[in-house]
Write a protein that binds this ligand. Structure first.
Ligand code: ADP
Ligand code: PLP
Ligand code: MG
Length: 282
């Protein structure tokens, strides 16, 4: 597969393209990485340095790729952390150009807005852009629980409510919704869940909860889920493979006591996860 991946880049550590690119490459895919920002490190540290690129800088790179005649061979566009709402327009233009060149290409939007503990951590305008423009344009969306609530407009206090919220997003456009870091009163205290909902049904994948709080796992799981969905055509299979890989990645990260995910050291988890988790229909 050839994946156009438009998201943040950090020099130190692993979020955005610095989390998503290598796992896709390790699985044998070509990644055309376009960076929306270049920061020293992820914003979870509270301090960082670097630049948010203007929207035209992203347009320029996509135009250059187009001029190489490559867009007809693009299988999917993946977007994530945007840096600024204006970048959203450039991303949707890139999606439109790719889909014109290859009508079979899919767009996966990781609607990075915030997180349960941190609240909204992106610039004003981005949450509205994600809800009103990006979600309707996407074939696949991968919100965490906080983002799901934000996009659906109601809180998700049960598995049933999460499925309803995912179905509400589907009714606005995307065929497939992957909810990450789901924890409801029905989730055991020592577990964390993923939920995939598409036209076939809803699947839950439950793994142990690890003693880590890291950034970038969401970017890795969106990338892995998207390429596995593109290659297998099955949301349940993509859920099993992506969820198992990220569990293995985070288990290694927890055992090392690392603040950054071990994207490089634990790379075999992307190809052969140490433990395979199987989704259940819900
Ligand atoms: N503490 C944890 N224990 C086990 N798995 C986790 C943990 N944190 C994240 N994950 C896994 O990584 C996935 C992505 O999670 P997360 O990092 O919360 O995404 P985001 O950063 O987009 O909110 C989760 O759905 C879960 O499968
Ligand atoms: C620059 C940057 N990109 C992306 C993300 C998203 O990371 P996550 O995968 O944890 O949602 C963050 C979160 O802090 C970030 O600071
Ligand atoms: Mg995220």
């Amino acid at each position: 597969m050839n994946i156009l991946s438009i998201q943040s880049h950090v020099a130190y550590g692993h979020v955005g393209n610095a989390s998503a690119t290598f796992p896709m490459q390790r699985l044998g895919h070509e990644v055309w990485a376009v960076n929306t920002v270049q920061f020293s490190n992820h914003t979870g540290y509270g301090a960082w340095r670097g630049t948010v690129f203007p929207a035209d800088a992203i347009r320029e790179i996509v135009t250059g790729i187009d001029e190489r005649g490559a867009l007809p061979s693009c299988d999917g566009v993946l977007s994530g952390y945007m840096g600024d709402a204006a970048i959203g327009d450039a991303i949707l233009e890139a999606v439109a150009r790719v889909k014109t060149a290859n009508p079979r290409a899919l767009y996966c939007c990781d609607p990075v807005i915030g997180d349960v503990g941190r609240g909204v951590f992106v610039r004003p305008g981005i949450p509205e852009f994600m809800r009103d423009r990006a979600v309707p344009a996407a074939d696949v969306v991968t919100p965490n629980q906080f983002e799901l609530e934000h996009l659906a407009g109601f809180s998700v206090g049960s598995l049933g409510a999460a499925v309803a919220a995912a179905r509400m997003l589907r009714s606005r456009g995307p065929e497939t919704v992957l909810v990450t870091s789901l924890q409801t009163p029905e989730t055991p205290d020592d577990a964390i869940e993923l939920l995939a909902v598409d036209g076939q049904g809803a699947f839950r994948l439950r793994t142990p909860l690890l003693p880590v709080s890291v950034n970038g796992a969401g970017d890795a799981i969106a990338a892995l889920f998207f390429v596995h969905l593109l290659t297998t055509g099955s949301a349940a299979e993509a859920l099993s493979r992506a969820g198992s890989s990220v569990y293995g990645l985070l288990k290694a990260t927890a055992e090392a006591g690392s603040r950054e995910i071990l994207t490089v050291a634990a790379q075999d988890e992307f190809v052969r996860p140490s433990r395979i988790f199987t989704p259940e229909p819900v």
